[in-house]
Design a protein around this ligand. Structure first.
Ligand code: SAH
Length: 220
């Protein structure tokens, strides 16, 4: 019975995955490697079984603890923005959540460091990524506002929850020439920014409006 159920989801997802990838392309995602990665990753394994049939819709879905797995378009947009200037070797991700964005990054860069403040979410994400036999990710249960100084500096930093301004410690952990993609703004609407570390400061590009959950402080 379980086998058949899995097969059922698998068969639906092949068709619906292709449809999602076409949608992402139509919405302006141009990077072939980002599109190929999103096509290959089983997003249905990153949500509750009850929501698996909706995993290839282009929408955010609840993952518990008041958090959401990001909309596929947003994951693709952020990944593309991070990789466009040149593929980073190491990436620090703040807000592991379901682990889906983590998995996308892990298949595109050499090593990913991912920080999450909700222990239960982190443990679930770790289990999923172990199932997928991903070996180039290190996880940490901590407040991402502080970054992860042990492995700094990072060539790329991607923040998947929204702070009101760029957290200073994160900015300091970006390597020279490195790129940070971060949503900055209020509780529900933000602007996605791309910051590049240049001599003496940061260059800032405003990408597009997005909607993330807030970057909180402390752990739970
Ligand atoms: N990329 C994830 C997004 C999850 S939502 C996905 O697609 O599944 C944002 C995540 O950021 C939540 O899991 C939330 O718990 C986490 N978060 C919020 N504030 C944080 C902080 N200060 N440090 C680390 N993680 C944080």
């Amino acid at each position: 019975m379980l086998d058949r159920l899995d097969l059922g989801i698998g068969m639906t997802s092949r068709r619906t995955r292709e449809r999602l990838i076409r949608r992402l392309g139509a919405a302006g995602i141009r990077s072939p490697e980002v599109l190929a990665t999103m096509r290959d990753l089983p997003r249905h394994l990153f949500v509750d079984e009850a929501l698996a049939s909706r995993a290839y819709e282009d929408s955010a879905l609840p993952i518990g603890y008041g958090q959401t797995i990001s909309q596929p378009y947003t994951v693709a947009l952020m990944t593309q923005a991070l990789l466009e200037p040149g593929r980073p070797d190491t990436v620090l991700e703040i807000g592991t959540g379901s682990g889906f964005q983590t998995a996308v990054l892990a298949s595109l860069v050499r090593r990913v460091y991912s920080v999450e403040r909700v222990r239960e979410l982190l443990e679930r994400a770790q289990r999923r990524l172990r199932t997928l036999q991903t070996r180039n990710i290190r996880f940490r249960h901590a407040d991402g506002n502080l970054g992860w100084s042990e492995y700094a500096p990072y060539a790329g930093i991607l923040v998947t929850a929204a702070p009101p301004g760029v957290p200073r410690m994160l900015a300091e952990q970006l390597a020279p020439g490195g790129v940070m993609v971060v949503p900055i703004g209020g509780q529900t609407r933000q602007m996605l920014l791309r910051l590049t570390r240049v001599e003496g400061g940061f260059e800032q590009e405003v990408l597009e409006p997005v909607s993330f959950v807030p970057l909180l402080t402390g752990v739970r």
